[in-house]
Design a protein around this ligand. Structure first.
Ligand SMILES: Cc1cc2nc3c(=O)[nH]c(=O)nc-3n(C[C@H](O)[C@H](O)[C@H](O)COP(=O)(O)OP(=O)(O)OC[C@H]3O[C@@H](n4cnc5c(N)ncnc54)[C@H](O)[C@@H]3O)c2cc1C
Length: 387
């Protein structure tokens, strides 16, 4: 038994799993590797709390301030170790300095992506940097509620559906909670990620990964893998088969094609993302080390952003500027009909093999005038217009 009919509706936010008083809900992986709630009927007490907290069935209320900026962290280390302009790190540190805690996505020892809670600078490093895999929430919402009830300041960061799930689970506004969501393309399957890593590991295992590592001496962003024998493999970000398959939507979650949490009115306090069009609109502001787009939705978000002013370079911008090159701010990513072929073929071939074959096929079958928009994001990376 599942809560929502049809996989295209469930984002896997874990709100139902966290609220269930009878522990009747388990998050189970499907054949594509995405987690969905399964209710054990003999444990279920029919309280309906799972349905009531579902952010797809009952939308959380939203804010609509819409203050937009381009920003980057003045601290070079923060900026270099972040995917965009490092705004997340600046906000997170502000929360830590007042004794708060920060929750976000991190790689665990098995290189799976999961949400963790940290209270110090050293551990914060694990949350910094983007991980292009759906993050597992687990029982994080329950732990955050306990902390919020003690009055502790909490920063929660994640995809828009995860923030919506947390807010529905909590059921009321907490003054001590700051929610930061991402502009989100869609989340790739954890199982595809696991398989891709296994295929890269020969005798030597992959022990650490950076999805988007900025290089000091040139403008190219790399995906970097660190092996147990000390070797490092680097792939130009846009040329990595894993990233190609992700951007072409071969293995993002079904619900991402009909995402319910897009737009400029959000339940988060602040939305952050890549300001890919910064050079076009603010050529004097931009350099090659990454700029974050920041969209402030609530008064609380504005206050925390203002507290961080001294640590960031900031330029006023508009939603239209951010959305140019970044359509995922406003609309869901497009379904790729080759997705089914991917999940048929990955049983027999390596991930890289299937992705490269399907990418080539996709290029061949697209009419000339459609090739550019489809690969615009990738093309941007390759030409180093964006980081
Ligand atoms: C799956 C995914 C798709 C994205 N798609 C887009 C896009 O289309 N356009 C765009 O502008 N930006 C996108 N982003 C956001 C972008 O990659 C950066 O994460 C964002 O700009 C923040 O950058 P930063 O330099 O401030 O912080 P960074 O230090 O680079 O990022 C850290 C932040 O990202 C969060 N995070 C990292 N991985 C995950 C994850 N798997 N699930 C949930 N939260 C995560 C952390 O919790 C933390 O809040 C996407 C991110 C993810 C994870």
């Amino acid at each position: 038994m599942v809560i929502l009919k049809g996989k295209k509706n469930c984002s896997g936010c874990h709100a139902c799993f966290n609220i269930c008083p009878a522990k009747a809900i388990e998050m189970q992986s499907d054949e594509e590797g995405f987690l969905y709630p399964a209710i054990s009927l003999n444990k279920c007490i029919q309280c309906n709390q799972c349905e009531n907290v579902c952010p797809v069935l009952h939308k959380p209320s939203t804010f609509s301030m819409d203050l937009v900026f381009g920003c980057f962290a003045e601290n070079k280390e923060d900026r270099m170790s972040s995917s965009s302009g490092g705004v997340f790190a600046v906000l997170a540190r502000k929360i830590l300095t007042v004794g708060g805690i920060v929750c976000g996505a991190a790689l665990n020892d098995n290189l799976e992506v999961e949400h963790i809670i940290v209270d110090n600078e050293k551990e914060l490093k694990r949350i910094k940097g983007t991980k292009y895999v759906q993050s597992r929430i687990g029982d994080t919402f329950q732990k955050l509620k306990q902390q919020l009830n003690t009055g502790r300041k909490v920063l929660f960061s994640g995809t828009p559906c995860q923030v919506a799930g947390l807010k529905k689970y909590l059921g009321k506004e907490y003054e001590n909670l700051l929610c930061v969501d991402l502009i989100c393309h869609g989340v790739p399957s954890p199982e595809v990620w696991k398989r891709y890593l296994m295929e890269l590991s020969g005798k030597n295992e992959v022990e650490n990964v950076f999805f988007r590592k900025k290089q000091e001496n040139n403008n190219i962003t790399m995906m970097e893998y660190y092996f147990s024998n000390g070797e490092i493999k680097k792939e130009v970000y846009g040329e990595s088969p894993y990233i190609k398959g992700f951007i072409q939507n071969l293995y993002v979650r079904p619900s991402c094609f009909e995402c319910q949490f897009k737009g400029t009115k959000r339940c988060s306090d602040i939305t952050i993302g890549d300001f890919w069009s910064i050079k076009e609109y603010h050529p004097d502001f931009s350099d090659d080390y990454g700029t974050s787009a920041v969209i402030i939705h609530s008064e609380k978000g504005k206050q925390w952003f203002e507290k961080c002013n001294g640590s960031m370079a900031i330029v006023k911008a508009t939603t239209k500027e951010v959305a140019c090159w970044n359509e995922c701010l406003l609309q869901s990513t497009k379904y790729n009909s080759q997705r089914e072929v991917f999940f048929e073929q990955w049983k027999d071939k390596s991930i890289a093999e299937v992705v490269l074959e399907l990418s080539a096929k996709l290029q061949e079958t697209k009419p000339q005038n459609e090739k550019k928009p489809l690969f615009s994001k990738l093309k941007c990376f390759v030409e180093n217009k964006i980081r």
